[in-house]
Design a protein around this ligand. Sequence first.
Ligand code: NAD
Length: 438
Amino acid sequence: MKLTIIGSGYVGLTTGACFAEAGHHVLCVDNDERKVKTLLAGKIPIYEPGLEPVVRKNVASKRLQFSTNTEEGVAHGEVVFIAVPTPPQADGSVDLSFLEKVAREIAVCLDSYRVIVDKSTVPVKTGERVAQTIRRYAKPGVEFDIVSNPEFLREGSAVDDLMNPDRIVIGGNSDRALALMQKVYEPFVAPVLVTDINSAELIKHAANSFLALKISYINAISEICEAAGADVEKVAEGIGMDKRIGRSFLNAGLGYGGSCFPKDIAAFIAIAEQLGSPFTLLKEVEKINARQLTRFMDSIREALWLLKEKKIAVWGISFKPNTDDVRSSVAVNLIEALVKEGADVSAYDPKAMDKFRELPVSKKVKLADSPLAAAEGAEALIIATEWPEFASIDLADLHKAMRTPMIFDGRNLLESGAAQTYGFTYRGIGRGVLPAPA
Ligand code: NAD
């Protein structure tokens, strides 16, 4: 099939590449000329494991192409996917201006029937608005259908998630559109759930909110563990063995961040409020999440007293491992808080340092070229993102490099007790303080 994706960022580019890999002919459109130039030059503007070879292979076979021209995109694809940003506004509600603009752009160049699919994460009832907008701006009589097809990929494993999805959700109310969508997804082996548009839109916000709820649940337990002298890792293991609960997303730490959870949870709270059904449970999820960083900063101050002029190393800048994405990263929030208190921060991340350099706070941070170089002469080390390579650092070398051997493990990455045996004072989340042996 001929498919078009409008918006070629983390979701659009990866989705386009995977659709091409599945045999479709895909045109990825983006209005960021620099991004499209990079792609046309054979380079990938983001780090996503496994994406580069898929893009290369499908560009070579001409099944994957790029353009800055929406008109060309609408002419190319019988199905046109929209994957533009839906960022948060100050009050938590969603800024739908990117989506509305694309709807108008598509409308004015619609000549014959197209299925227009929203892949961006949007508030329930957005599909209705998109349909009204396209109808208003399109030539009279031109046919189209709107479909909601929320995306569940995870950055860091997006290619695998797209090629082998848990489920495909298709929300639509036209048999013609649903038949075309079934054809789009025919090459993928996954259960397909067909719903109305509103339910499909709601599924995405409800799913992300539930995952955030699990994170905040175990973080609330971590606070109790600290007060009671219990180990949250053992508690998570114990609850996670129950098949009805499951172990995933029960990882105590600095809380959730990234370009999706914080904005999607805030959006769902705002949507529920607008619909007259306040979602107070989610407000608590947000509060617990914010408290994790506050509590962590308190524990650092408790150990170091003042942070001014203290040399603090931070390992990890991306919002999670295996991505270069630093949008709403808790690690970045942490670095900002340390810098604000006058700490002398040196940081290292395997993939996210280029994206971090684009943020203002980076000017006040020394970026090191290895984890050990970041830790050189440091009075404390903070693990802010659980990159696997940090877990295999030689703790004897680390001890030699640091001025005072103190580790604050914001992701419970190290084995409990391991650092202590090398002479570190170790503090994780919900594990208490393990002092260095006398
Ligand atoms: P992104 O910022 O990486 O990509 C969006 C792209 O859209 C950018 O390249 C931008 O230049 C382009 N764009 C904006 N306006 C445009 C226009 N008028 N015409 C053409 N291109 C335009 O964002 P993303 O992370 O890919 O997220 C896109 C959507 O998918 C959001 O709604 C997000 O919530 C949702 N989502 C994201 C993820 C994720 O893990 N990143 C997962 C599931 C869903």
